[in-house]
Design a protein around this ligand. Structure first.
Ligand code: APR
Length: 255
């Protein structure tokens, strides 16, 4: 690690050591190292012929539910195979040192699998089915074997769909409110592995910056936020997060 990177890590740890409540905002980048492609990268291989509008909209589901379900089953299998990585684990470990709330754009359920407790899933959860008519939900375990048939709702008999937010749909209001109150309480914000371009989730990071709360960004690539954050750790989540949590632990135990 360069001297500059080490200094940034030390400053970030010192800043977190002052915080009683930390909000962690995460995106596809934290799960990339579990081998889970981001949405756009996922348009490869077998699925390259379809655009996101063919796979992740209510209209696509109405026209081709079997195709949409096949794609979501493929993504579930990737997630089950990849599992949690050192980045997810480090965020869970951070929760053992201080109060942490995680607001994620990811639907993979890996923060909970790693042991984080307070989580808002802003774009839903791929491991939950929801009735396309009456909203009854059914949760699955991450390692549950996939079935080939499209499940129907046990309450009303309509087709089940993945309980994720598709293009053109609203975010779950409870998750959004929980994330907003976590931001109100937070005295530091960590933004990890998100391009911060997809709204309204990205508005949380914008609001953190506008509110003058200290913001630390972890991302190997610069983003639209990078110039305005207080500290930027230009590294992968699976390297930067464990290093940051170890450094924080060091500050807390020595102080
Ligand atoms: N560690 C940290 N960050 C990483 C890593 C890594 N190992 N690898 C990539 N990144 C960063 C990229 O540099 C990029 O800035 O992760 C970010 C991923 O950005 P996006 O693909 O735009 O993902 P996200 O910000 O989560 O927004 C995607 O849009 O398609 C919809 O609903 C879908 O939730 C999804 C949202």
């Amino acid at each position: 690690m360069s001297d500059d990177a080490q200094q940034a890590l030390r400053r970030a740890a010192a800043l977190l050591a002052q915080a009683r409540n930390i909000l962690v905002l995460t995106g596809a980048g934290i799960s990339a190292e579990s081998g889970i492609p981001t949405f756009r990268e996922a348009q490869t291989g077998l699925w390259a012929q379809y655009s996101p509008e063919d796979l992740a909209t209510p209209e696509a589901f109405a026209r081709h539910p079997e195709r949409v379900w096949a794609w979501y089953r493929w993504r579930r299998a990737l997630i089950a195979r990849g599992g949690v990585n050192a980045g997810h684990r480090a965020i869970a470990a951070l929760g053992g040192l201080t109060r942490v709330f995680v607001a994620t754009q990811n639907v993979d359920g890996l923060h909970a699998a790693a042991g984080s407790l307070d989580i808002a899933e802003l774009h839903g959860n791929i491991w939950r089915d929801r009735c396309s008519r009456c909203d009854t939900t059914v949760a699955h375990e991450i390692l549950e074997p996939a079935t080939e048939d499209i499940a129907v709702c046990r309450e009303c008999g309509a087709m089940m769909r993945p309980d994720v937010v598709w293009f053109g749909e609203m975010l779950p209001i409870d998750a959004l409110r929980a994330a907003e109150s976590a931001l109100d309480r937070a005295d530091a914000v960590l933004v990890v592995g998100t391009s911060s371009r997809v709204y309204p989730a990205a508005a949380l990071a914008d609001a953190a910056i506008e509110s003058a709360r200290p913001v630390i960004e972890i991302n190997p690539q610069p983003t639209g936020l990078s110039d305005t954050v207080d500290i930027r750790l230009a590294d992968s989540a699976s390297r930067a997060l464990p290093a940051l949590v170890a450094a924080l632990d060091g500050v807390l135990t020595s102080g």
